[in-house]
Ligand binder design. Structure first.
Ligand SMILES: Cc1cc2nc3c(=O)[nH]c(=O)nc-3n(C[C@H](O)[C@H](O)[C@H](O)COP(=O)(O)OP(=O)(O)OC[C@H]3O[C@@H](n4cnc5c(N)ncnc54)[C@H](O)[C@@H]3O)c2cc1C
Length: 290
């Protein structure tokens, strides 16, 4: 029987320990809390659901979190008024550490607000831009490392990897690069808004990183990867970011290059013009047949 203690995904009450600006587009928020002792990130692109307070609230508003049935809690949360219940958004565990127990999430600060440092356009972006030590959040995340929130699943026979990520998936791509086995051949395309978003990435893989900087006139996602050769016999492709770009890349790899669709992982992280709440109400265009 699944109890609250054995469920693969559980609720965790955390607080902000510190924040750090990584560049014009990314803010790292480091969380702490006793609950992190039972948190178990699977690494790579481990995702979680983050519940945030609305401006003026001291803490995110959720139903009691002690029900062993996570779906019952989510149902009760959904039944609460929109302007009262916590805002839920998807994020990636950039890194989990023990001793001390800490977890980092890197937040992309949306374009129009990043340079001036003014309030962001979405509630999560706005929250991250103003986060300070002691701020409280709730996370629905993994309590076991082998969980379905890790989508980067390198096939055993893979002999090369291609990664494309925009700034929202840069935290996931960075963690994947840290995880990749030594010497793995990897071609990595990272699309970011500003020159100052380039950063050093740690990896033991044999990785070639291409930064695609929009303010420097970067080509479209498909044009950027079009010339990339996939070395070896058994490549694996991981693509995540704005869903229009992800969809175009999916078509390129599956239809034009005729890659086996089981060896490609595509995840739309956000969609231009739609909040994540609105996105949950529409079909996932990145998963349509290529
Ligand atoms: C599995 C998964 C993992 C993710 N991991 C991360 C992560 O680690 N870091 C991260 O920053 N994001 C991550 N995202 C993306 C993040 O959830 C979205 O960007 C989300 O929309 C941000 O919420 P918001 O409240 O700021 O904006 P919303 O209220 O959702 O949207 C408001 C408006 O802002 C636009 N918008 C949203 N994001 C951006 C953006 N980056 N640039 C420009 N406009 C935008 C929307 O199209 C909408 O018009 C992830 C998404 C998924 C599905």
């Amino acid at each position: 029987m699944t109890t609250a203690e054995t469920a693969p995904f559980q609720f965790f009450s955390l607080q902000v320990d510190r924040t750090r600006r990584l560049g014009p587009s990314l803010v790292r928020v480091t969380f702490t809390g006793e609950d992190l002792k039972r948190f178990a990130s699977g690494g790579r692109d481990q995702s979680l659901s983050l519940f945030l307070p609305h401006p003026g609230q001291e803490a995110p508003v959720l139903p009691p979190l002690d029900d062993p049935d996570m779906y019952a809690i989510l149902g009760a949360w959904r039944a609460m008024p929109d302007d009262e219940r916590a805002v839920m958004r998807s994020y990636t565990v950039r890194e989990q550490r023990t001793d001390p127990n800490e977890m980092d999430i890197d937040f992309a600060i949306h374009a129009e607000t990043s340079a001036a440092g003014a309030a962001g356009v979405g509630p999560a972006c706005r929250w991250a831009g103003r986060a300070k030590p002691g701020d409280r959040v709730v996370v629905l995340g993994p309590a076991v490392a082998a969980n379905t929130g890790v989508r980067f699943q390198l096939p055993e026979d893979a002999d090369s990897v291609l990664i494309w990520a925009d700034e929202t998936a840069l935290p996931a791509a960075s963690a994947i690069l840290e995880w990749l086995p030594a010497e793995t051949r990897a071609q990595v395309f990272l699309e970011v808004p500003y020159s100052g978003d380039r950063m050093d990435l740690a990896t033991e893989a044999d990785a070639t990183v291409t930064w695609l900087v929009r303010e420097e006139g970067a080509p479209s996602a498909v044009d950027a990867v079009r010339g990339a050769e996939l070395p070896g016999q058994a490549p694996y492709v991981w693509i995540a970011g704005e869903s229009g770009a992800v969809k175009a890349l999916r078509r390129h790899f599956v239809r034009e290059r005729e890659l086996d669709r089981r060896r490609v992982t595509f995840v739309g992280y956000w969609r231009k013009g739609l909040s994540e709440d609105a996105l949950r109400e529409v079909p996932d265009e990145t998963q349509e047949e290529a």
